[in-house]
Design a protein around this ligand. Sequence first.
Ligand code: ATP
Ligand code: MG
Length: 421
Amino acid sequence: MRQSTLFTKTKKEVPAGEVAKNAQLLIKGGYVFKNMAGAYSFLPLGLRVIGKINKIIREEMDAIGGQEMVMASLQDSSLWEATDRWDDDNVDVWFKSELKAGGTVGLAWTHEEVITDIMRQFVSSYKDLPQYPYQIQKKFRNEMRAKSGIMRTREFEMKDLYSFSATEEQHQEFYEKCAEAYMKIFTRLGIGHKTYKTFASGGAFTKFSHEFQTLAEAGEDVVYVNEEKGIALNEEVIDQVDLAEFGVTKDELVKMKSIEVGNIFSLGTKFSGALNLNFTDEAGLSKPVIMGSYGIGPARAMGTVVDLLADDKGIVWPESIAPFKVHLVALNTDNQELVDWADGIYEALKDRGIEVLYDDRDARAGEKFADSDLIGIPYRVVISKKTKEAGKLEVVTRVTGVTRHLTEGEIWADFDSNPGT
Ligand code: ATP
Ligand code: MG
């Protein structure tokens, strides 16, 4: 893509009151636009990143048997009354609205009731189980606080998968598989080294649920961690458990701030019981289906990556989710010969299937480099009068700052041996 045609531009200022580093950098870089507190639009660059995050999530969910679908946002009260989750006294995040035709609808803030209702139509025997439907879809929540940029918003995409199992063993097996898939996802997103599967307060029928908490100063949560033993517990459970069971003492745990990027819950028969989702087992007995729910916030994960990996010059994307792999920066664009050379490199990159943002704008070198640092694309390839004279291109790796001078042939060899995304 030619940067001269991109309708977004980098900005020096952020809206007053935007205190979160992730949103500040993403707004400056032209990735997101803040519509109001708790509501952001994803601009072309931002959508490319979210798209890549979602692709990674899809690949890992599909690999463990997930089946993608999309559920409605508009919700009728009846289902939610059956589980006691319609009343504003029980659930304080509902957005509700009056229908012109009469009656109240709510905007779904989660989908356990909805998917249970759907599965009632398709599950009747143990032969219909297990099933793992999931979606990546907008949730609406009337969150009290919205200070963490794109990490806590009032409308946000969530990947929510629901498991439907016939037996506790079947459920447990999937629960563990999903936990492993989550670690793979966070590793592929570049935050695996800081992310812990933590013990959190109970699912409906188990002692614990698990959260995936990424250690970060900007986090809203608190966890107690022993990095060596790879153990982490949420603050809310620390005083309720016997730490000996985890093989640690309180002194061996360090209190740290963290971001909840995902969580997994055993739901038992809470929803299937309330909504009559039953199946007939091998012995002909009718039983409620055993359920689990598994969430990830793609935008929260994106904000976490920005927060953790950025440096003082701007965003640093891991190659796996960068909007482009290469930022081709042409200087001295008043020189037609140079422009021709840069155009040729641009075409050659595209021909090789390498995603490239081409800074073909007529702007000063300082401005181009500052923008490039801010936008944070993994490799910057610079073409200038100087590089032309040397017969080489300059390749700067964003994360390390390492600069290399390579011939065209050497660049292709380099990128071919490291195809990245
Ligand atoms: P939190 O405790 O941070 O409010 P939650 O327990 O309400 O999170 P879930 O309802 O289980 O979270 O949602 C699943 C995932 O969706 C979370 O792990 C998080 O990554 C993401 N998420 C939750 N709330 C928001 C939000 N307001 N904005 C963006 N992402 C969110
Ligand atoms: Mg919440």
